[in-house]
Design a protein around this ligand. Structure first.
Ligand SMILES: Nc1ncnc2c1ncn2[C@@H]1O[C@H](COP(=O)(O)OP(=O)(O)OP(=O)(O)O)[C@@H](O)[C@H]1O
Length: 224
């Protein structure tokens, strides 16, 4: 379970004050594929950062059972001044997994020729992006988060990367943020709708899409 208990989050002050979440309480069941729907600027990225613990709430508590991964496109967990195996050792330290296995999986998924003493900052940006994604997918988490999209996989190992993403996601809960419900239809089996500080869970993705589209239509009518 991943829970928000009376969670509030606000940016800015005075006229620039922007309340993204206003006292939200909800529980996300484990193992579900949850589409997070919100208009541009509604706060989807903020919700993803709160869910994945990259950012704390101003008020309230985020409670989780199981291991949370960082968002799929996040690279801030890497030490660019260290080698791949040194980064993998951090995984061993934090999660108790084998660093050798982590490094091997990351290398295989990335399709990058890894140098034993080569620091991550010495790879080119594509190689580093592929190694980052490889490390992210090197172990199984209980929750995954996608903000809009997954970074494009390397051409040489794209199929293996896609297969691995599918396998990891199948064994976990996923929260995937998008503005466009059509993009996630057929994949998600539950939904969250974010609108003006309120975040609502729907037990089916169709119900969430319908509620989201209705809110957008109403906003459109108000603006006319
Ligand atoms: N670190 C920050 N400091 C100040 N304001 C912020 C910060 N992060 C987000 N905001 C503001 O909070 C609001 C929600 O931003 P957020 O990026 O979470 O929305 P979003 O739904 O992901 O947007 P988009 O669909 O454009 O990606 C926006 O008004 C944004 O300007």
């Amino acid at each position: 379970m991943l829970e928000f208990i009376s969670v509030s989050k606000t940016y800015g002050k005075g006229r620039k004050r922007r309340e993204v979440l206003s006292g939200v309480t909800l529980a996300l069941p484990p193992g579900r594929k949850i589409g997070l729907l919100g208009a541009t600027g509604a706060g989807k990225s903020t919700v993803i950062r709160l869910l994945s613990a990259l950012e704390p709430p101003d008020e309230g508590v985020v409670r989780v059972s199981g291991l949370r991964c960082w968002p799929m496109s996040y690279a801030g967990f890497l030490d660019r001044g260290a080698t791949l195996i040194q980064n993998a050792r951090m995984f061993e330290h934090m999660f108790g997994v084998s660093s050798r296995e982590v490094a091997e999986i990351a290398e295989q998924l990335s399709g990058v020729k890894v140098g034993k003493f080569k620091l991550l900052k010495s790879y080119n940006k594509y190689e580093r992006r592929f190694l980052t994604l490889g490390l992210t997918l090197s172990m199984q988490f209980d929750w995954y988060f996608v903000d809009d999209g997954i970074p494009p996989p390397p051409p040489s190992t794209g199929a293996l990367m896609d297969e691995t993403i599918q396998a990891r996601f199948n064994e976990a809960g996923v929260v995937w943020a998008t503005r466009d419900p059509a993009f996630l239809s057929g994949y998600c089996d539950a939904g969250l709708v974010l609108h003006r500080g309120a975040l609502t869970f729907y037990d089916t993705f169709d119900a969430a899409s319908e509620a989201y589209l209705k809110l957008n239509r109403n906003e459109g009518t108000k603006r006319k």
